[in-house]
Ligand binder design. Structure first.
Ligand SMILES: Cc1ncc(C[n+]2csc(CCOP(=O)(O)OP(=O)(O)O)c2C)c(N)n1
Ligand SMILES: [Mg+2]
Length: 351
């Protein structure tokens, strides 16, 4: 294994992992690790391309991978995802094509959003992944509205609403959680507490003892989970999803993670983060923690690790190549998907 930061080990024996996530744990963990490596590789490449002026903006999810991959693997096809800035990996794990996502990042003619949204705001309707609004917190009330619609129509599915620690101070957080609690809607609120809202540390965001504790005020349960521990995240999500599916009501999960990159490509965290932040974050790296466990307990080898990394790099390289060869959106696409097809206002003859 690479010599790197001292990783805080995942505290499990194999039997405990089996108890937590079921008998197919070996394939779940291996699949999770490979998706996490893909996410990490994608982030590194896109941040470099942004610096080269080849994509306009990028918000990395480095440090959030265990949460995103667990959400992708724990949800069912009927479920819905309302993301914040850093959850695109959830869409990819649920089956959204990496090439299509690259078309979005390059805002080209094959972007399903027709190049109108800034990068990292994809729409992936085929996997029930709803394009986010950049206005912090608004996706929370959108998610609750959809959960209400599912309930009204007796349609299956649970809605996952993602937001950050900063998002818990938004009006929509209150409106959304309040409404979901009163109506006992099938929503799992997933707060990725990466301890920063750009330059504002979470201690200045709230005086509450935890973000999870805010659920008490809305009449449902909240739990704080180590968001860099894939096993803990997967188990918490499976339990919350099962409860919501059986009409036991919503849940707030606070996943404590470490933002391992600048807020976005338009940020310089050296101006506000303490000098030891990067080292603390690296010791809680979710990819490194799962990788170390797989080496110790599941027979992961250095050649296999290198092969997974090379495969991820090749997938990303190919997606970038295809997107960069695609022309920008056609001018004529500007009004596509904007207006509904014209409907005659005149009543049919004979009535
Ligand atoms: C209503 C609103 N206020 C301010 C902003 C500017 N802004 C963009 S991201 C961000 C911080 C978000 O922090 P958090 O919710 O913790 O999510 P993170 O980016 O850390 O994942 C802010 C203040 C915004 N987009 N919307
Ligand atoms: Mg944050």
């Amino acid at each position: 294994m690479n010599s790197g930061p001292t990783i805080v080990p995942l505290p499990y024996k194999a039997s405990e992992v089996e108890a937590a996530i079921g008998s197919n744990w070996p394939s779940i963990l291996l699949s999770a690790y490979r998706w996490m490596v893909l996410g990490r590789t994608l982030d590194a490449r896109m941040q470099a391309l942004q610096r080269q002026g080849r994509v306009g903006f990028y918000g990395a999810s480095t440090g959030h991978e265990a949460v995103n991959v667990a959400a992708g693997l724990a949800t069912e096809a009927d479920d819905w995802i309302f993301p914040g800035l850093r959850e695109q990996l959830v869409a990819l794990v649920r089956g959204h094509s990496l090439v299509t996502y690259a078309h979005h990042l390059f805002a080209d003619d094959l972007d399903p959003g027709r190049g109108r949204n800034m990068p990292c705001h994809p729409t992936a309707s085929e996997v029930h992944y709803v394009s986010m609004s950049s206005v912090i917190g608004t996706q929370i009330s959108h998610a609750v509205g959809l959960a209400h619609a599912l309930r009204s129509r007796s349609a299956p599915g649970v809605v996952l609403a993602f937001f950050g620690d900063g998002g818990t101070s938004s009006n929509d957080f209150h409106a959304g959680l309040n409404f979901a609690g009163v109506w006992r809607l099938p929503v799992v609120f997933c707060c990725a507490n990466n301890q920063w809202a750009i330059s504002v540390p979470v201690e200045r965001q709230t005086a509450a003892t935890s973000l999870a504790s805010k659920a008490d005020a809305y009449g449902f349960g909240g739990s704080r989970v180590d968001g860099t521990d894939f096993v803990a995240v997967y188990r918490a999500l499976r339990e919350a999803l099962a409860a919501a599916r059986s009409n036991a009501g919503p849940k707030l999960l606070e996943f404590v993670v470490y933002r391992m990159t600048p807020h976005s490509s338009a940020d310089d965290p050296t101006r506000y983060q303490p000098a030891d932040w990067a080292a603390r974050a690296a010791s809680h790296d979710p990819v490194g923690r799962l990788e170390a466990w797989l080496f110790a307990h599941q027979g992961l080898t250095e050649p296999a690790r290198s092969r997974f990394k090379a495969e991820a790099e090749e997938q990303v390289r190919e997606a970038v190549r295809v997107a960069e060869e695609t022309p920008p959106p056609r001018p004529g696409s500007l009004t596509e998907d904007v207006y509904a097809p014209a409907v005659s206002s005149r009543a049919p003859k004979g009535r």
